[in-house]
Write a protein that binds this ligand. Sequence first.
Ligand SMILES: C[S@@+](CC[C@H](N)C(=O)[O-])C[C@H]1O[C@@H](n2cnc3c(N)ncnc32)[C@H](O)[C@@H]1O
Length: 255
Amino acid sequence: MNTIEAVNSFLTRIKRSQRVVPKGDFVKVNFGSSLFVQEGWINVEGSLHSFFAKWPAIFPKVIYRFSRASDWYGTEDKYLRVLRTNTFIHHDLDYGLPFTDNSVDFLYASHILEHFYPDVAAHILKDAYRVLKKGGRIRICVPDLRHAVDVYLSGQTERALKWFFKSSRPGKFYHHKYMYDFELLKSKLEMAGFTSIERCTYQQGKVPDIEKLDNRPEETLYVEAVKGAEAPCVAIDAGSRSQMAHATEYSQHPS
Ligand SMILES: C[S@@+](CC[C@H](N)C(=O)[O-])C[C@H]1O[C@@H](n2cnc3c(N)ncnc32)[C@H](O)[C@@H]1O
């Protein structure tokens, strides 16, 4: 573990039991968001980018320079703008989701579940169920194990292996620890309590803003599921949903 990771690990550890109360009627949470975010969402991210999001500019600028942020997030100006204009909660998802029970309408998780060992992922899915309101909906996007196997069987060994094994980049946040096909993910969602589990496709589903949030269509398995009976709000068409009042403010729950 390098120094930056040790500091981050310490910071997330002392906040591991944080619980925030989202304010507003229409709460959308993107967890493991990185800086790939959309207006109106609360983003949960464990890297130091999110920790320094609202600090004086010098701090995120230092992080930008000393991390590989330019490879992923474009220019320093763009990086700062994304951090400044969006809502981030700095939190390590190993500790679950930092929200009070039944407080979230929509959860979006793209290319994050494969970053956890299966027992931790099962715990996160249970916690996702806990924080969703009744009728709330989750969308999970992960690299598709079946697609990776098909690519392997077609003779493209290295291309297939890249879905399992990442680069030598240090840091616990950057490595894959498991893979899913639809049946496996469905059974994990069922074990967490979810119903109406459906395989979706790229930018197709009932979670708002997926036309902007979904990425990597070729390799990704998209799945949506519901907590209990579907809430009336998800039956509204996508255009109207993205115009509904956004809840991006929150307060700390006294714990
Ligand atoms: C592959 S990126 C996915 C980013 C984005 N959701 C997307 O679809 O492209 C995974 C992100 O999850 C974050 N992450 C990984 N493990 C985490 C953890 N234990 N707690 C919080 N964030 C984590 C990483 O820092 C990284 O930004």
